[in-house]
Design a protein around this ligand. Sequence first.
Ligand SMILES: Cc1cc2nc3c(=O)[nH]c(=O)nc-3n(C[C@H](O)[C@H](O)[C@H](O)COP(=O)(O)O)c2cc1C
Length: 172
Amino acid sequence: MITIISGTNRVGSRTRIIAEHYRNLLKARGEAHQFITLEDLPLDFAFTYFGSQQSDDYKTWISSTIGGADKFVFVAPEYNGSYPGILKMFIDSIHPSLLRGKKSALVGVADGRGGNLRGLDQLSGAFHYLGIMVLPKHVIISGVGKLIQDNQLTDENVLGALEVQCAEFIKM
Ligand SMILES: Cc1cc2nc3c(=O)[nH]c(=O)nc-3n(C[C@H](O)[C@H](O)[C@H](O)COP(=O)(O)O)c2cc1C
């Protein structure tokens, strides 16, 4: 089971469009998958995200979306030269035992030129610490504002890079 995580709670994010495209790639290949977006986090998340403070609903959600997956696709936007704080909080809310030994593929999304490569390196560092294997082939999406039309990703190069990563990740 692969869980795709759209790594921001910003309403109207381009990250979500890319993450939904990834969902379609997995669907087209018949891969079992789930999709979550950090927009789904509870409104009081910032004050309830540590283990003992979590609601039963939150624990159940994490248990099925994270505990029930053996692979994760993280789609992470670049915010101030890194991945979003809400994504770090989300990771911090998960018991490490639900992550250890699992596999991940990373996609960076930025309006600027960096494609969140820096953020993906930082995310990789945390994942290595947690014992999550990281597919070496990141997809870096720079200048994303110009690559999306009518809420669809249209750039052939990026579409191709996502296809290649998805195929490799399924085999990983
Ligand atoms: C708080 C914040 C900080 C941002 N910082 C950067 C940045 O450091 N570099 C960059 O290229 N784009 C930056 N952006 C623009 C995002 O990369 C852009 O909004 C892109 O669409 C991905 O974010 P989104 O998924 O929220 O749309 C920032 C956006 C926000 C909301």
